[in-house]
Design a protein around this ligand. Structure first.
Ligand code: BJW
Length: 249
């Protein structure tokens, strides 16, 4: 995809000048790794399923096996793919500037690309927890349950992600909001900007005087908040934004 050279130069200059950059990522940054996004009509995971059927506690209580299997499928998919140049560029940027990396993604690809302090707003695919557990829950070894159950109380194991209507992890949310208030540049990468409270962060940054850059090949709900929109895939665009010499370092 051809990227507007003047916009690219402007974005590079803003990054060069920034002291503290908040990078907010969404599913789009992992698209070039082969992880389907949520809302893209043709490739999104939820093109075949109603999201409300899968990403709520009510849905899990209603159909635990269906929901568990869906997450198992995604765990297998993510385990088989690699971080792409977009993830790597974010990790490299953190070596050159103060970067707070906040992701809505649950795939762990930022960590695998070398980012060490990743604020995960929506949890992680690979961390399970118990639904209504007894406090000393244990899964039976090799019980094969889908989902597994606690041997003591029968509670169901559930994915450690944040479903609609659930509170975000408090420390992650606090750190993300604090960074939005403190940063002087907010780089918004690969999110439709439709899910709150994550989608409010760029507005908080802007209200506190930061510049906002959106990177997304499609229009997003956050374009109106941005000073600059780069209509390009993250894996292509992000490496081009790194300060000179850093892209190949
Ligand atoms: C590329 C690309 C390439 C493609 N390069 N880009 C305020 C107003 C209205 C509603 C609310 C509100 N506050 C809260 C709500 C309710 C709700 C909400 O936001 N609803 C909206 C749908 C309206 N929010 C919540 O319920 C949240 N909880 C909450 O607020 O709790 C309050 C509470 C307080 C106290 C007690 C109890 C409760 C929780 C939200 C949890 C979201 N969870 C999910 C599922 C996670 C688990 C899982 O993975 O299954 O998180 S939903 C899903 O959406 C997932 C994502 O992280 C999230 C965001 O999606 P994202 O990343 O933007 O992906 P897409 O697919 O939407 O967009 C991809 C983009 O990439 C597109 O734009 C493409 O163009 C682009 N792209 N290729 C760059 N190569």
């Amino acid at each position: 995809m051809l990227i507007d050279a003047a916009l690219l130069a402007d974005a590079r200059q803003r990054i060069e000048a920034a002291r503290h950059i908040l990078v907010l990522t969404g599913a789009g940054i992992s698209a070039e790794s082969g992880v389907p996004t949520f809302r893209d009509a043709l490739t999104g995971l939820w093109a075949r399923f109603d999201p409300e059927e899968l990403a709520t506690e009510e849905a899990f209580r209603r159909q635990p096996q269906l929901v568990w299997d869906w997450y198992e499928h995604r765990r297998e998919l993510v385990a088989a793919v690699q971080p792409n140049p977009g993830h790597v560029a974010v990790a490299r940027l953190a070596a050159l500037r103060q970067v707070t990396l906040v992701t809505q993604n649950v795939d762990g690809l930022h960590q695998r690309a070398g980012s060490s302090d990743v604020i995960e707003l929506h949890g992680n695919l690979f961390a399970n927890k118990w639904l209504d557990g007894c406090g000393r829950c244990e899964a039976a070894p090799d019980d094969g349950g889908r989902p597994p159950r606690c041997v003591h109380c029968g509670a169901l194991m559930r994915p450690g992600v944040v479903w609609f209507g659930e509170e975000l992890p408090r420390v992650a949310r606090y750190r993300a909001e604090h960074a939005a208030e403190q940063c002087d540049l907010c780089l918004v990468v690969g999110t439709s900007g439709m899910v709150y409270p994550a989608a409010a962060l760029p507005g908080v940054a802007r209200d506190n005087g930061a510049g906002v850059i959106v990177i997304n090949p499609q229009p997003s709900a956050l374009d109106a908040t941005a000073d600059l929109v780069l209509q390009a895939p993250a894996g292509q665009c992000l490496p081009m934004l790194l300060p000179v010499g850093a892209a190949s370092a």
